[in-house]
Design a binder for this molecule. Structure first.
Ligand SMILES: [Mg+2]
Length: 211
């Protein structure tokens, strides 16, 4: 069984964010306004562990900060950004290969469940997964629920290093693979974690073969 993360593991979410930023620019909002309101919309607590981004929340932050905006038009343009254009190269083929090998695939995505669902459906990847799980926060608890029901080898494939370390420490039997995310972590930190890693998501198949 393989448990996949979605954002920055299968999907170029940074690319989607750049597209969202362009919509903001087209409505006259500069990068500073974008960054401030994006963070407000994304994070719901100080620890930054609860993520709740949605376009509606982001537009709401603009209004809350006193900016005047054609909300309906802007939301329409923002929703139009979400598409399969941001699926990382080789991902669909990799998932197809895994299915041919009779692997069970689970998608585990943290964030605003409706927004995550919208992205996954638009990506066209939903059909490859046996189950898609959307949660607001802690993946460790969710991994526990998944693995207690199975007795096969479970892989956990994710870009977020801190989350991977937490899963690895909680469940040493789970084979965690870090997908290197240069925007979030240094390669040295990823290497020092002692957790196997790949530079590209499509290397997961090879990495899996070797163990
Ligand atoms: Mg991720």
């Amino acid at each position: 069984m393989l448990i996949f993360d979605f954002d920055q593991t299968l999907y170029d979410t940074a690319g989607l964010v750049r597209a969202i930023k362009e919509v903001f620019a087209s409505y006259g909002f500069d990068e500073t306004v974008f960054d401030t309101t994006y963070k407000q919309a994304r994070v719901t607590d100080e620890s930054e562990r609860a993520l709740d981004y949605s376009f509606e929340r982001h537009a709401e932050m603009l209004s809350r900060d006193g900016y005047d905006v054609d909300r309906v038009a802007m939301l329409r343009d923002l929703h139009a950004c979400v598409s399969d254009a941001f699926v990382l190269p080789g991902v669909a083929e990799m998932l197809r290969n895994l299915l041919q090998k009779k692997e069970k695939l689970i998608l585990l995505s943290a964030g605003n469940p409706n927004f995550q669902y919208q992205k996954v459906v638009a990506s066209g990847l939903e059909m490859y997964f046996d189950t898609c799980i959307y949660i607001a926060g802690d993946k460790v608890l969710e991994v526990e629920k998944i693995i207690e029901k199975v007795d096969e080898v479970v892989y956990f494939i994710n870009d977020k290093l801190q989350e991977n370390i937490a899963v690895h420490q909680a469940f040493p039997q789970v084979r965690v693979i870090t997908v290197y995310n240069a925007e979030k972590d240094t390669l040295v930190d990823v290497q020092n974690s002692g957790i196997p890693y790949v530079m590209n998501i499509t290397d997961v198949i090879n990495s899996k073969k070797n163990d």
